[in-house]
Write a protein that binds this ligand. Structure first.
Ligand code: ADP
Ligand code: MG
Ligand code: ZN
Length: 414
């Protein structure tokens, strides 16, 4: 029970206390219940299944969407002395065969698989013969059709509850809106699940929005106010990340680009520099960040409007994980709204999907335009009540005054 969990937490992971939510989630799983855990980025979702996996023994299957994420997790677990494996498409056959031997012989405690690997008949048959203790589905919002990160391979996972009828399943996500939650509950659990939604506030992140004018200049001013600190700058296009990184470099800031069009070597090298060197600014598309765990990121700067309030929340959540003061700043202009509307219209999706995407965008615009406490609006959207935060531009009365010249201000009167 409780003591076994604490022992694993301390002896294996070196932590004295559970973070908010971890105790409740691990308890429910050990009692054999299905759990949907909705917890913010950086809240410590991994331990919610890793601790029960080690308390229970046997094999825990972990479903994760990205090979890179799986490899990071397996490497971290092995460093902690935990027998973890992954079987994936980026390994050669020998490596996968060796991993399977460890799994089949009962040595492996946690096996990380992409959904399309897990849901083959061959894999499912082989696993059915083993002692499966727990199934964890990370980034579970990928199953939601309406979500910004839908993955067709995730749909198949709805069969798991029947295939492994006696095994508790935990789904984890940081994406919290009610529609997504309900969707996950229905698809993975047919509604029979204990859902735990936990603390979304990240009070140490100061929230702020500026009308977009001369965006490079605005960015440079901001970056210079945080000189020597690590930060993430999100841009909409690949080309822009390279332009902006070059611009910062030219102005004496150590900046690197990151986007899915770069070679894997270049991406890994830049990510590695960001993780290990002090004061590097990563200028990236949304390809960067999922699973990145760097505690001392001082800010997240959006040069363009993000895709949704969920995406915004996830992205800014990469700042200030160490609990120290951090900042989220976004540039907001009319052109961005037009661009996002066009994106939605250009998608080859049903009208209903488009309607919801426009609605999502409206919500985000509402957040950008509000004169109220931004944190109240943000948390309110995720179903959490909050009092005025005292740590956003509106609370601090720092929002730039309307001056007629700012693109962002035109929207306020529109
Ligand atoms: P998430 O998946 O929710 O974004 P992670 O599982 O990657 O978060 O954990 C984020 C960080 O928090 C990791 O560095 C992890 O080691 C740390 N962490 C998790 N649980 C605890 C805990 N109980 N005490 C201290 N640090 C923790
Ligand atoms: Mg995670
Ligand atoms: Zn506020």
């Amino acid at each position: 029970g409780h003591d076994a969990r604490r022992r694993v937490l301390k002896d294996v992971f070196g932590f004295d206390d559970f973070r908010p939510g971890q105790a409740a989630v691990t308890e429910a799983l050990l009692a054999g219940r299905h759990v949907l855990a909705v917890m913010p980025t950086g809240a410590g979702k991994s331990l919610c299944y890793q601790v029960p996996a080690l308390v229970l023994g046997g094999l825990t299957i972990v479903v994760s969407p990205l090979v890179a994420l799986m490899q990071d997790q397996v490497a971290a677990l092995r460093l902690a002395g935990v027998a973890a494996d992954t079987i994936n498409s980026s390994f050669d056959r020998e490596a996968n065969v060796a991993a399977w031997r460890r799994v089949a012989s009962g040595q492996t405690r946690l096996l990380y698989l992409a959904p399309e690997r897990l849901m083959t008949d061959r894999m499912l048959d082989a696993l059915a013969r083993l002692d499966i203790s727990l199934i964890a589905i990370d980034e579970a919002h990928c199953i939601s059709q309406w979500g910004p990160a839908f993955r067709r391979e995730y749909e198949e996972l709805s069969r798991l509850r029947d295939i492994f009828a006696k095994v508790p399943i935990i789904a984890l996500t940081a994406t919290a809106d009610e529609a997504t939650r309900t969707d996950i509950e229905a698809r993975l659990f047919a509604g029979r699940v204990e859902t735990l939604v936990l603390g979304f506030d990240r009070p140490n992140i100061k929230l702020g929005i500026e009308p977009k004018q001369d965006s490079k200049r605005q960015l440079l001013d901001f970056v210079r106010r945080h000189a020597g600190r690590s930060g993430i700058v999100y841009c909409l296009s690949r080309k822009k990340t390279e332009d902006v990184a070059a611009f910062l470099e030219k102005n004496g800031v150590t900046a690197l680009a990151y986007h899915a069009g770069m070679s894997k070597e270049a991406r890994d090298a830049n990510q590695n520099s960001f993780m290990t060197l002090p004061g590097v600014v990563m200028v990236a598309t949304i390809a960067f960040g999922m699973g990145i765990d760097k505690p001392d990121v001082a800010y997240v700067f959006h040069t363009d409007l993000p895709g949704s309030l969920e995406a915004y929340y996830q992205e800014i959540g990469r700042a200030g994980r160490d609990g120290r003061p951090a900042e989220a700043r976004m540039l907001f202009g009319l052109g961005d709204i037009r661009m996002r509307r066009l994106f939605i219209e250009d998608e080859a999706t049903p009208a209903e999907h488009k309607r919801r995407s426009h609605g999502r965008l409206d919500t985000l615009i509402g957040y950008c335009e509000t004169a109220e406490c931004r944190r109240q609006v943000l948390l309110g959207y995720f179903g959490e009540e909050a009092s005025s935060c005292g740590n956003c531009d509106n609370c601090l009365d720092e929002a730039p005054r309307a001056d007629g010249g700012a693109e962002g201000r035109i929207i306020l009167t529109a």
